[in-house]
Design a protein around this ligand. Structure first.
Ligand SMILES: [Zn+2]
Ligand SMILES: [Zn+2]
Length: 223
């Protein structure tokens, strides 16, 4: 399994997961369709090579190109899905008032967790499953640093952030409680422009988990 980051922030999210060297899945489509095509081309891919696209929720930074993808024949998934040997499970999460899903992918016992724009999992059973499943790769939101949020004075912004996005401490709490036995890579997603610190997040997650940790950069690629 290989993960690519095309864009990651509140301005746009789009990632590519390649399973078994042949199945390409877009995770989110919150950037323009032309940019998606351009990013694919850099990997020698076209939209025809995309098996399907999962979308967590309908906010623009995750779903901007939904209609364009459908128009161009790419299947868009927003719930459970089984395609050949790949099983996709949608897991409802709390993200303010939005209906939002995290996703797990399983193909030949290679497992990926993708969870962004959330503070927790809505169902207890789902949480238990997430914490006990030995994922090979984990893509998880790490939106803001708790200390940086404390420094701002806009209470409504603080409340909004705490109700909708996962902080560094929240992210670490999940990781600490998860089964990381088979995990070989962690990807931190959707960092806030003003309230995050890439290096602090990367080093804290790595020192806690001892698993290679990549920070998804706003305009693509990793730190
Ligand atoms: Zn978002
Ligand atoms: Zn959102």
């Amino acid at each position: 399994m290989k993960i690519y980051n095309f864009a990651s922030s509140s301005s746009g999210n789009c990632y590519l997961a390649r399973f078994n060297n042949r199945i390409n899945v877009l995770l989110e489509c919150g950037i323009g369709i032309n940019l998606i095509v351009k990013k694919l081309l850099e990997l020698n891919l076209t939209l025809n090579d995309i098996s399907f696209c999962t979308i967590s929720h309908d906010h623009k930074d995750h779903a901007l190109s939904k209609k364009d993808l459908i128009k161009r024949g790419v299947k868009v998934i927003e719930s459970d899905y089984l395609a050949g040997d790949i099983l996709v499970n949608a897991i409802p999460v709390n993200h303010g008032n939005a209906k939002c899903n995290a996703y797990t992918f399983n193909i030949d016992n290679e497992r990926l967790l993708f969870a962004t724009d959330f503070i927790n999992f809505i169902n207890k059973e789902d949480l238990k499953k997430i914490l006990t499943t030995p994922f090979n790769k984990i893509m998880i939101e790490c939106n803001y640093s708790d200390e940086l949020l404390e420094k701002i004075e806009d209470w409504s912004k603080i409340r909004r952030q705490k109700n909708t996005h996962l902080s560094l401490n929240g992210c670490i709490t999940y990781l600490k409680n998860m089964n990381l036995n088979k995990c070989n890579e962690i990807f931190l997603m959707h960092l806030s422009d003003a309230l995050s610190d890439e290096l602090q997040m990367q080093s804290l997650v790595y020192s806690t988990t001892r698993i290679p940790t990549r920070v998804c950069l706003k305009k693509g690629g990793f730190k």
